[in-house]
Design a protein around this ligand. Structure first.
Ligand SMILES: Cc1ncc(COP(=O)(O)O)c(C=O)c1O
Length: 384
């Protein structure tokens, strides 16, 4: 395997002038952005090389899914995650936010229900509404040791005869959970009993920080494969969301036809750079990913020990996966916690946008360790 220098993760690329969503908002200010989920790391060398080769080719025409991209995705799913898929099962998408909106439109009719657990990545909350579906939010419940889980009774109480779809985020953004086999099997039973499709967004599945195993919903057996639309993308792990390349895996022909039907005339093709980046990341990115995980683990541990020492009253869940920390600052009673942090030079995502209670903030620790330490220093200043 190619050696990846840990130093790569200390370099701080200057993103000014690149139209970076994360940085542009605070251009010409001294605010440190630790909000939207992209990382301040260079993408893996192999991805950058593949893109340079594609640019050197010089012709950027309409692109259908290249056979090597399909083969690499199928290999990756099988070898990394034990998911068996065929090229036919893949539906390529320019992004999973589109995917969330499409799956809501494919499930049932206007007025039917879509269940989501809160807090959650905001497009899970907007997609049902944009799709004329009734959003049925049910809070996750916080268990022992900061481990959040499904509130089974609340879900049973909230489901309606018109509910058609459950949107699962696993590993979970923002609470960092990797749901266990027992929890997922309960969820499958629940969805079967109420005849719901399951959309399993597993975009964070290669960012496991603890000694826990991610269980892809599609590996729960034929019963699961018959009602699951699973979402993947190399974008979070290999830091390439700007390449706009993601895919759904839909083994069931009926579900796949319904999903493809709502894509017609709406979804643009993935571009040639997206396929090149995806193929290179899966084919050559593993040594880089392993170094990344070491850095993210250290950053996660830095946050946990810093808060324990300086702010023991801030609670955080046990972060099993992702590069996101869900900070519970409800004790402070700030009217506008995110604005308060910004006034002290730190931009965090506002918990309210995730359907959570006021007082939660999400911190993105996908950055060099020095940047994280500066962010924590600013957090302390804001709380002083
Ligand atoms: C759970 C989840 N799904 C989807 C996305 C976004 O995916 P895309 O950039 O492919 O639209 C994110 C981004 O943070 C996410 O956390």
């Amino acid at each position: 395997m190619t050696q990846i220098s840990p130093e790569l993760f200390n370099a701080f690329p200057d993103r000014a002038g690149t139209g970076s969503l994360k940085w542009k908002r605070f251009e010409d200010t001294d605010i440190l952005p630790m909000w939207v989920a992209d990382m301040d790391f260079l993408s893996p060398p192999a991805v950058r090389e593949a893109l340079a080769d594609r640019v050197a080719h010089g012709v950027f025409g309409y692109t259908i899914p290249p056979a090597d991209a399909e083969a690499e995705v199928i290999r990756y799913l099988r070898e990394q995650h034990g998911v068996s898929a065929e090229a036919d099962h893949l539906v390529w998408l320019p992004g999973l936010v589109q995917g969330l909106n499409l799956v809501c439109r494919a499930a049932g009719q206007a007025g039917d229900g879509v269940m989501v657990n809160t807090p959650v990545y905001p497009p899970f909350l907007s997609a049902p509404v944009f799709s004329d579906r009734e959003r049925i939010p049910v809070s996750l419940k916080e268990g022992e040791g900061g481990v959040w889980t499904f509130d089974r009774e609340a879900m049973e109480a909230a489901v309606t005869p018109r509910t058609r779809l459950f949107l699962l985020c696993n590993p979970h953004n923002p609470v960092g959970r990797v749901f266990s086999r027992e929890e997922l099997e309960w969820l499958l039973d629940f969805c079967e009993r109420h005849d719901l499709w399951i959309c399993a967004d597993e975009i964070h599945c290669d960012l496991i920080l603890d000694d826990v195993k991610h269980i892809p919903f599609l590996t729960l057996g034929e019963r699961a494969r018959a009602r699951t639309i699973a979402f993947y993308s190399p974008s979070k792990t290999y830091n390439q969301p700007g390449l706009a390349c993601a895919y759904a895996v839909i083994p069931d022909p009926g579900l796949r036809a319904a999903f493809k039907n709502v894509c017609r005339g709406v979804i643009t093709e993935v571009n040639c750079f997206g396929y090149a980046g995806c193929t290179a990341a899966y084919r050559h990115g593993e040594p880089w990913r392993r170094e990344l995980i070491k850095v993210l683990r250290k950053n996660r541990d830095t946050i946990v020990s810093y808060l324990a020492e300086h702010h023991p009253e801030i609670r955080i869940p046990k972060i099993e996966a992702t590069y996101l920390a869900w900070l519970d600052l409800r004790g402070w009673d700030f009217p506008h916690p995110a604005a308060h942090m910004e006034a002290h030079g730190l931009s965090l995502s506002n918990g309210i946008d995730f359907g959570g209670e006021r007082g939660f903030l999400r911190l993105n620790f996908g950055c060099p360790p020095d940047t994280l330490r500066e962010g924590l220093r600013r957090l302390s200043a804001a709380l002083a």
